[in-house]
Design a protein around this ligand. Structure first.
Ligand SMILES: [Ca+2]
Ligand SMILES: [Ca+2]
Ligand SMILES: [Ca+2]
Length: 117
């Protein structure tokens, strides 16, 4: 999951400096703990989705409900942006963002139990 939008978004939203994120783009155990709201040792889909929903709001600087490339240019490469922009209208809606990051969740969930640990 090193190159996923999740990793890029995570470091940005969590406030980790981008320089650090680029050097070590892997999500480590300590990072997932930040998403584990109920502290049961795993990150459920709901915990992940609520983190990402809050993250979307944080990224949407002008609060129009879409991410423009300029709003995320420090976080995503043009390729990552275009992979998020499923309908290719040049902006990323909340649904496009969540669809992609939930796919990242599914691919990171190796045990298939709906928890990232
Ligand atoms: Ca949890
Ligand atoms: Ca916006
Ligand atoms: Ca779009």
């Amino acid at each position: 999951m090193h190159k996923t939008v999740f990793a890029a978004a995570f470091f940005f939203i969590a406030g980790t400096s981008l320089a650090t994120a680029q050097q070590a783009p892997a999500i480590q155990e300590g990072h997932l703990n930040q998403l584990d709201a109920d502290k049961d040792g795993g990150v459920s889909r709901a915990e992940y989705q609520s983190f990402m929903t809050a993250g979307f709001a944080k990224l949407d600087a002008n609060r129009d409900g879409f991410l423009a490339q300029g709003e995320v240019s420090t976080m995503l490469t043009p390729d990552q942006f275009s992979s998020l922009d499923a309908n290719k209208d040049g902006r990323v809606s909340r649904n496009e963002f969540l669809n992609q990051v939930m796919k990242d969740f599914a691919s990171a969930d190796r045990g298939g139990d709906g928890q990232l640990k």
